[in-house]
Design a protein around this ligand. Structure first.
Ligand code: FES
Length: 160
């Protein structure tokens, strides 16, 4: 997957300035950049190193530790399949399998068109509605194979 996108450096500058180039705000800054591009593009890393005075290794550590920031392209829609115990018992594995098949990716990957990223998550607190899937901030419960595929079609439709 290509990782070279056009960066709006003014926007990057605005984000860094908003936090007064404070190195303690690194996670927030990476978050805000992710809001624009769905990930933190590689070209931005040297700028963060320079402006915030942080080590490049710290940026990689933050991206590894926090699932909410990524250094590789993420989809417009992040699908998080709950694999907590209650959802597991109610068939989360089948839901994950159906999504992997439909999107032609495996967990952790992003579709070529950058529309979907498939992830798993541990209990999102709606166990009674399991199996549950979050798509960005929207929660869908009581799913089976066909209803989860309908949901994907709906997001595809929204994006077109
Ligand atoms: S186990 Fe899935 S919401 Fe709790």
């Amino acid at each position: 997957m290509k990782n070279d996108i056009e960066i709006d450096w003014q926007k990057i500058d605005n984000i860094i300035s908003k936090y007064n180039a404070n190195h303690e705000a690194l996670l927030m800054i990476m978050h805000d950049i992710g809001e624009i591009y769905n990930y933190v593009p590689q070209q931005v890393i040297p700028v963060l190193v320079d402006r915030l005075g942080v080590k490049e290794s710290l940026i990689y550590s933050v991206a590894t530790f926090y699932k909410t920031v990524s250094l590789t392209p993420r989809g417009k829609y992040i699908i998080s399949v709950c694999t907590g115990t209650a959802c597991h018992v109610r068939g989360a594995e089948k839901i994950m399998g159906a999504l992997e098949e439909k999107l032609n990716i495996i967990e952790g990957q992003t579709t070529e068109d950058r529309l979907f990223t498939l992830d798993s998550v541990r209990c999102i607190g709606c166990c009674a509605a399991g199996p549950v899937v979050n798509v960005n901030k929207e929660t869908h419960g009581g799913l089976d194979r066909s209803s989860v595929l309908e949901i994907i079609n709906e997001y595809k439709h929204r994006a077109s």
